[in-house]
Design a protein. Sequence first.
Length: 85
Amino acid sequence: MQEIKMPSAGQTTDEATIVTVNVKVGDTVKRGDVLCEAETDKAVLPVESFAAGQVFDVLVSEGDKVTAGSVLVVVGKAADAAKYA
């Protein structure tokens, strides 16, 4: 399983607000899919998946404030679903 975390938005920006969540539990994603978008004081950043598989958990909602390193989404292989539940 892979935890998709909020990337650092730069040296001066540690906090962002989730503006869109594009996936839900059970969705299938591939590497490069935009899972959500986060807005900082400078820009709206797409957060892409670096893993392919099934979405096991979405830990953020629109409007949530997050910091760099916060886990946003958990993605894994369908065979790992029983282990995650």
